[in-house]
Design a protein around this ligand. Structure first.
Ligand code: GDP
Length: 458
């Protein structure tokens, strides 16, 4: 592979800047532009050593630098690699890079150092992808899950599943080689089924971890909907425990939306209090209504509020329609009035009885139950923030979903007594899919695309 060079630090005024070079010739390229304070033989340089000196453009001193040497295979890329630490700033680092290129190095593509670490087998693809996630992390939790992935937590999980699948492949070989042992074959197939169930459980828990990962990263988007005067603002206030939203008996005050962030057990909840959904001729209100519909559509969870002291109206039924197929909680408000005119059977198509909660927003009754329900619906208590394997990458998640599909096919095959060698096709497909996460069975285009998202010099 050619010798590559790039500026690894952000360009701009800074204390130091680093130009990195990797490849067979990197020390020789360096030798042409580096004048050490104390002479040494470049062929005898030790890995993990640092030399002090000057970068020279022929007779001109460009900067005073420190060069760190990493010898193959103990380097980021597993190749001979050196890092020239100069003063920061735009001119000097660019000039040093230019000198490297002039003396035989090629300009590295974005992510090429990490790509080499992958191609040379030091890390697998999921670990390489973790590098970019670490760089892009905005929160402590994101960084933590990325560093776990870099340290191989996902790779280990995938490895565990692969081992199980390899066990199945061995079973299959046995039953193909000794078809005459019926009894043995029966045992093999029961055993294979058990292993496949285990594979499925493991994959499903990885898939589930993606939902958790998304919640940790983005929080839950909650839309509060209900007809005017049902008590949306009052509930929001009760949740926020402060009078931030205007509570009034006049319809349409909450014409636009109010958005608030709260946190339930450390999980961010982004609440959108929508305008009452109503049949209105008023243009301005219509805009509000459309917005409500849209928000209900985009939400991860809808809380629909109904006033239990009055009978359900057509408007209420319109609101019910928005809940179809969505995660929702039906809230019956104003229980403090002691009047119950709402027949719960009306909610049957959208919520079972455990998802119907009676409250009084005004008196603060039942609010805790809403919290408990949200916690239960999103498995918030189960989301261990220290959980070592959280799938956060959509590419990985899609692969896992596909692998679950193939696992189900294999399980079906066994249940239908399909011959083992045919069933093995599905098992090979699962292995192939998982190899796309770790990088064994992934196309060059995908590898190219993944690394093109990296920054230069990484
Ligand atoms: P919104 O239009 O859905 O936002 O409804 P509001 O929260 O503004 O409430 C409408 C009216 O119902 C106000 O007069 C509230 O005081 C009243 N209200 C809200 N929640 C309750 C409740 O739990 N009990 C009673 N008795 N009145 C309530």
């Amino acid at each position: 592979m050619s010798t590559i060079a790039a500026i690894s630090t952000a360009i701009g005024t800074s204390g130091i800047g680093i130009v990195r070079m990797s490849g067979d010739k990197s020390f020789y390229v360096l030798n042409k532009i580096f004048k050490p304070k104390k002479d040494f033989n470049i062929d005898e340089i030790k890995g993990y050593s640092i030399k002090y000196g000057y970068i020279m453009d022929e007779d001109r001193v460009i900067d005073e630098v420190l060069v760190s040497f990493f010898k193959a295979p103990s380097s980021y890329t597993t190749e001979d690699l050196c890092e020239i630490s100069s003063h920061g700033g735009t001119f000097v680092v660019k000039k040093i890079l230019e000198l490297c290129l002039k003396n035989g190095a090629n300009l590295a593509e974005p992510g090429e150092f990490t790509k080499r670490a992958f191609l040379n087998g030091r890390i697998d693809l999921s670990q390489a992808e973790a590098v970019i996630d670490i760089i892009n992390s905005r929160t402590d939790k994101e960084a933590k899950s990325s560093i776990n992935q870099l340290e191989g937590s996902l790779s280990r999980q995938i490895g565990k599943i692969r081992d199980l699948l390899m066990q199945i492949m061995v079973n299959i070989e046995v039953s193909i080689d000794y078809p005459e042992y019926d009894e043995a074959n029966e045992i093999q197939s029961t055993n294979t089924l058990q292993i496949l169930q285990e594979v499925k459980e493991n994959l499903e828990s990885l898939e589930k971890s993606f939902e958790n990962g998304k919640i940790i990263k983005e929080g839950i988007k909650l839309a509060l909907i209900g007809k005017p005067n049902a008590g949306k603002s009052s509930l929001l206030n009760a949740i926020l425990q402060e009078e931030r939203a205007i509570v009034t008996a006049v319809e349409g005050t909450t014409r636009d939306t109010i958005e608030e962030d709260v946190s339930i057990n450390g999980i961010p909840l982004h609440i959108i209090d929508t305008a009452g959904i109503r049949n209105s001729t008023n243009e301005v209100e219509k805009i509000g209504i459309e917005k409500s519909r849209k928000m209900a559509q985009d939400a991860d969870l809808i809380i629909a509020i109904f006033d239990c002291s009055t009978e359900l109206t057509n408007e209420d039924l319109e609101i019910l329609k928005l809940l179809i197929g969505k995660k929702c909680i039906v809230v019956l408000n104003k229980v403090d009035l002691g009047i119950n005119k709402v027949n719960k059977s009306a909610f049957k198509p959208v919520a079972d009885s455990s998802n119907i909660i009676e409250i009084s927003a005004k008196e603060g009754i039942g609010i805790e139950k809403i919290y408990d329900k949200i916690t239960e619906m999103f498995n918030i208590n189960e989301i261990s923030l220290d959980d070592s394997t959280i799938v956060t990458n959509v590419r990985h998640k899609n692969i896992i979903v596909k692998a679950i599909e193939y696992t189900n096919n294999a399980i079906d095959d066994i249940k239908k007594n399909v011959p083992m060698d045919i069933m093995s096709i599905s098992v090979k497909e699962i292995l192939e899919e998982l190899g796309k996460i770790t990088g064994e069975s992934v196309s060059d285009e995908i590898i190219k695309e993944i690394f093109s998202n990296f920054c230069l010099g990484k």
